[in-house]
Ligand binder design. Structure first.
Ligand code: EPU
Length: 430
């Protein structure tokens, strides 16, 4: 298995191109199951999760083509993928695949909407919390589906098609909202989704579905209304920039000091995180090309954060922010409210010299003057990248193991950081 080796202490200076968002690309790709025409997606990041989802969709009958290299492209230029599900040949998504990537459970909605049935493995446990799918299944039931659990599979049936209904989520769920949208677009009649997730990735999915002929209004607010249509067609859509990748590199610059342009980034996608970084002492400027992050001279201040659904501070940046706070002046309190077990990075940061105390959903991070490199590993991709951020500012050498987590969610990480002066390399073990 590959490792990433980092020698800390270098400031970051230059430009980092921001890729298309993983968490937008995945539901957009799944939406291709809703039509027998071609869905063309641009700015799709080159990630292990994207490759795995292509395999999963292939099992259901989706053909795909990835456009070849074009003049002027770099290793970080997003790819264009054409997806076509002319015929759905299999409505079962097996355990071996769904257990590798939870988001693939969402195929249940388009398969059910288009074919009237779906048999999708329950995803099972996860490193960051229990992550049940009860609300996704509730949403489908509200649209008339019969659901039973059989042999570890959720079996959903709606032989006469889905019908519009009212879905009230008791808790904000991104996957639940994606699922509800993909089911409701082909249901007969009107669906109202209350307490919908407002995440930009939900808006991106709704925009793409509308381009395919759906009638969705209110995406981005807590109330989404969907008027069902009888069929969807093809479309061409560009994946929005990755706000979590943006925030991650912004935190890396705040950690090391320096001056970096995050090109293609959109500040409106992560305003809460940018505000927090400013409070911590980074200078953030929106430019025509993206977001410029500067920290020179003065140190980092401790800031408290609480993770929340969008537009609040995202859980997917909690680990990275904690890494930054390990070197802040003072003690920062970081509260995780979305997932109950998303502190697996704490003991690994401690290996680098961080002082963190956990109390339920709260982490007390007492800033230290110095971190020192060590071998570390992590259990999910955001935790892994938090170790990279800490390592960039640690004295000496850190090796990050289990790099496949990083490859799931960060395109060309070592290339992007290396171009800005970080001493970082991948060591292939094969
Ligand atoms: N929840 C339930 N029941 C459900 C669904 C969710 O109780 O049926 C709970 C979850 O256990 C969690 C909360 O609701 O406590 C929110 O979960 P949500 O459904 O919003 O998460 P998700 O859709 O499974 C997506 C992202 C995650 C991100 C969360 C929250 C993708 C592929 N995944 O997950 O991203 O953390 O939203 O913003 O979009 C990552 O990229 O590293 C990642 C984990």
């Amino acid at each position: 298995m590959d490792q990433i080796r980092i020698v800390g202490g270098e400031a970051l200076n230059g430009a980092i191109p921001i890729s298309g968002a993983k968490n937008a690309a995945l539901p957009l790709m799944i939406a291709s199951l809703l039509t027998d025409e071609t869905l063309q997606l641009h700015n799709v990041p080159r990630l292990a999760d994207v490759a795995l989802l292509l395999r999963i969709l292939g099992n259901h009958g989706v053909d795909h083509g990835v456009a070849g290299k074009r003049p002027g492209q770099t290793p970080t230029t997003g790819q264009s993928i054409r997806l076509r599900a002319r015929d759905i040949i299999d409505t079962t998504a097996p355990y071996e695949l769904v257990s590798k990537m939870r988001a693939s459970f969402w195929v249940i909605a388009p398969l059910l909407a288009r074919m009237g049935e779906a048999r999708v493995s329950l995803p099972g446990g996860c490193a960051i919390g229990t992550r049940p799918v009860d609300l996704l299944l509730m949403a489908l039931e509200r649209l008339g589906a019969d659901i039973e659990i059989d042999g570890g599979y959720a079996v959903a049936r709606a032989p006469k098609g889905l019908r519009g209904g009212d879905i009230v989520f008791p808790k904000v769920t991104v996957g639940g909202t994606h699922t509800a949208l993909m089911a409701a677009v082909l249901a007969r009649g009107t669906t109202v989704i209350e307490n919908a997730a407002r995440e930009p990735e939900v808006v991106d999915l709704a925009d793409c579905l509308n381009a395919m002929g759906a009638r969705i209004s209110g995406a981005g607010s807590a109330r989404i209304v969907v008027d069902g249509v009888s069929r969807l067609g093809g479309a061409e859509h560009t994946v929005l920039p990755d706000r979590i990748e943006t925030g991650t590199y912004a935190m890396a610059v705040a950690m090391t000091g320096g001056d970096v342009l995050l090109s293609g980034a959109r500040p409106d996608l992560l305003q809460a995180a940018l505000d927090t970084l400013e409070q911590a002492g980074a200078e953030i400027t929106a430019t025509n090309e993206g977001i410029r992050v500067v920290r020179n001279g003065h140190g980092i201040s401790a800031v408290d954060v609480t993770t929340e659904p969008f537009p609040g501070f995202p859980t997917d940046l909690q680990a990275q922010f904690m890494a930054l706070m390990t070197k802040a002046r003072g003690t920062s309190r970081i509260r995780e409210t979305i997932f109950e077990n998303r502190f697996m990075h704490v003991q690994e940061l401690a290996r680098l010299g961080a002082r963190i105390r956990l109390d339920g959903d709260l982490a007390y991070v007492e800033g230290v003057r110095r971190l020192t490199g060590a071998p570390v590993m992590a259990t999910d991709l955001r935790a892994s990248v938090s170790l990279v951020i800490a390592a960039l500012a640690a004295d000496g050498e850190t090796t990050v193991n289990r790099v496949y987590h990083l490859d799931r969610g960060f395109e060309a990480l070592e290339h992007k950081l290396g171009q800005c002066g970080a001493r970082i390399e991948r060591i292939s073990q094969s």
